[in-house]
Design a protein around this ligand. Structure first.
Ligand SMILES: Nc1ncnc2c1ncn2[C@@H]1O[C@H](COP(=O)(O)OP(=O)(O)OP(=O)(O)O)[C@@H](O)[C@H]1O
Ligand SMILES: [Mg+2]
Length: 326
């Protein structure tokens, strides 16, 4: 669902929650204070198949669901499966492989799947509800970035374009492996390293694209200045973009922020759209003081985080919320 549609439906729900609620619908996951030392963090996320191999699909869906827990600076403790599947038109073996892939990925996160719910549905969907824990003082919110902070992105953009290209038959098959590796990568190490620094804000990049999720971090007073040349982008996107590859979701992400982004004049429409590309299991977007960012970046690169980079900084808003320099 696009950002405009989502904010429209959320208006039907009450804004406030219990006094113990530390984060709610404005954040990546809900956080509930148990006592001064402990908060529970919970999220739910399920997706339609994005690759043909069922085991790989299960693992990607699990990495994607875990991501919101990591974005909050929390550690997952257990997960429940959410399954929509029609055994009679497909097979129990396929569903079994999806679940096995999810279970393996969740195992990599150090936890187990301990239950779930399944419905009969001709359009397969799979995901998880994940529960995590965090000390309330270590909870990292989507908003909280400060003027002078820099922004780190921990995974390259472009997986949405690769997925569309593969779907439309305009991408070489070997590209699928690139896309899968990015999506399978857990944000676990990035979250663990983030907890060692004075991180002011974080979110994970998913369906609204880099700029869509960045916009959510900025509230009404901050502007992010993004340096396009530093944004990690999978180079395979450029071949696909010669023939198409931009989803309607990505177009709608761009339309939604039409008046909120000022572009350097030399950036092409395609370069602009890549920054709105819908990601599945995308990276973390982290705001922290400049003098700490170098060390976090070095540590992220040490643990082999793919294509991590400082992509911009935060300043006081004078005009638009986002400026993109070439
Ligand atoms: N149907 C819904 N009812 C209540 N809250 C919802 C609903 N759908 C989304 N939300 C809330 O809206 C916010 C944005 O949701 P969205 O799924 O787009 O991002 P997210 O939770 O960060 O997941 P991801 O990072 O996987 O995209 C979250 O706080 C989420 O809990
Ligand atoms: Mg999120």
């Amino acid at each position: 669902m696009g950002p405009g549609d989502l904010s429209e439906i959320l208006k039907y729900l009450p804004k406030s929650g219990p006094a113990e609620l530390l984060a709610g619908m404005e954040d990546d996951a809900a956080a509930f204070r148990i006592d001064n030392n402990l908060a529970v963090v919970q999220t739910v996320d399920f997706i339609t198949p994005i690759v043909n191999d069922p085991r790989t699909f299960g693992a990607i869906a699990a990495a994607n669901a875990l991501s919101d827990i990591y974005a909050m600076g929390a550690a997952p403790i257990f997960a429940l499966n959410i399954v929509s599947f029609q055994i009679k038109s497909m097979s129990s073996e396929i569903l079994g492989s999806i679940l096995a892939g999810g279970s393996e990925k969740v195992g990599e996160a150090g936890i187990s799947i301990v239950g779930g719910h399944s419905v009969d549905d001709p359009i397969p969907k799979y995901g998880l509800s994940v529960t995590g824990l965090v000390k309330p003082q270590n909870l990292i919110r989507k908003q909280g970035a400060q003027v002078g902070d820099v922004l780190i992105l921990t995974k390259p953009l472009g997986t949405g374009i690769l997925a569309n290209g593969l779907d439309a038959g305009i991408a070489e098959e070997k590209i699928e492996e690139v896309m899968i590796q990015v999506m399978l990568k857990l944000n676990k190490e990035a979250a663990q390293l983030m907890s060692l620094f004075n991180v002011h804000a974080c979110t994970d990049v998913s369906g609204f694209g880099l700029l869509g999720h960045l916009r959510e971090m900025l509230g009404s007073n901050l502007t992010a200045v993004i340096s396009y040349e530093h944004v990690p982008i999978l180079h395979q996107v450029w071949d696909i973009l010669k023939y198409g590859g931009i989803s309607s979701g990505t177009h709608s992400n761009a339309r939604y922020l039409r008046d909120e982004v000022k572009w350097d004049g030399i950036l092409t429409t395609q370069q602009q759209l890549v920054l709105f590309d819908s990601q599945t299991s995308g990276g973390l977007l982290i705001a922290l003081p400049e003098d700490e960012a170098k060390d976090l970046l070095a540590k992220l690169l040490e643990v082999g985080t793919i294509d991590t980079a400082v992509i911009g900084y935060i300043e006081n808003r004078k005009t638009v919320p986002i400026k993109v320099k070439a």
